[in-house]
Write a protein that binds this ligand. Structure first.
Ligand SMILES: CC(C)(COP(=O)(O)OP(=O)(O)OC[C@H]1O[C@@H](n2cnc3c(N)ncnc32)[C@H](O)[C@@H]1OP(=O)(O)O)[C@@H](O)C(=O)NCCC(=O)NCCS
Length: 167
């Protein structure tokens, strides 16, 4: 655990990807890892909806999100395919470095991300919870839903979750 909770949030930049990949490697099993090319594609296609938490000595966390269609989440390894008529902000991937957990970084990233989605006029926030994260997402106001698109690529425990951005 880090001694100091000092961090600030800022938009992700291409130069961040090396550290983002390092956090991904610490946060997920190999079968869920996405490549530098996939992350670069998302950043290029959706430059305004990806954030990092910057600490004194490097990045502590990241969040990739992208406009999407409600109940149609993008697949794993999707390199940032734009959709027409997006009505949802899909929180594709958020991870906090193990040493920085419990400091409120994830809560802060989600708050700013949802606010961005509201400003875009999007109706829904959606995500696919993996591992033991459904309880975390429930704490952020998300509930399980039934997507049209299959989730198999995210593993057997993957859970589609959603919440309204209205009101
Ligand atoms: C899940 C994860 C993002 C949480 O990050 P974090 O920075 O430690 O979370 P925060 O400190 O912002 O916690 C915010 C709240 O969620 C709670 N929380 C954190 N992790 C939780 C979990 N696994 N289950 C339930 N609640 C959790 C905290 O207790 C806190 O509650 P509070 O607001 O009542 O105090 C982090 O553990 C992680 O990166 N895990 C691996 C990657 C992952 O699973 N990402 C999500 C994939 S869909």
């Amino acid at each position: 655990m880090l001694n100091s909770p000092r961090f600030f949030l800022r938009p992700m930049e291409p130069a961040d990807l090396e550290q983002v990949l390092a956090i991904q490697a610490q946060a997920y099993p190999p079968e869920l890892h996405e490549s530098a090319q996939v992350f670069s594609g998302k950043l290029r296609q959706f430059p305004g909806s990806n954030w990092v938490a910057q600490g004194d000595e490097g990045l502590l966390a990241y969040l990739f999100a992208q406009p999407a269609l409600y109940l149609h989440p993008p697949s794993l390894n999707d390199p940032g395919t734009p959709v027409t008529g997006a009505d949802a902000l899909h929180l594709h991937d958020m991870a906090v470095a193990p040493a920085a957990r419990g400091l409120g970084l994830a809560r802060s990233l989600v708050r700013d991300c949802l606010e961005w989605g509201r400003r875009q006029g999007l109706h829904w926030a959606t995500l696919i919870a993996v591992g033991d994260s459904p309880a975390f997402w429930a704490g952020q106001g998300f509930a399980p839903g039934n997507p049209v698109t299959p989730l198999a690529c995210y593993g057997p425990k993957a859970c589609y979750m959603h919440r309204s951005l209205l009101g």
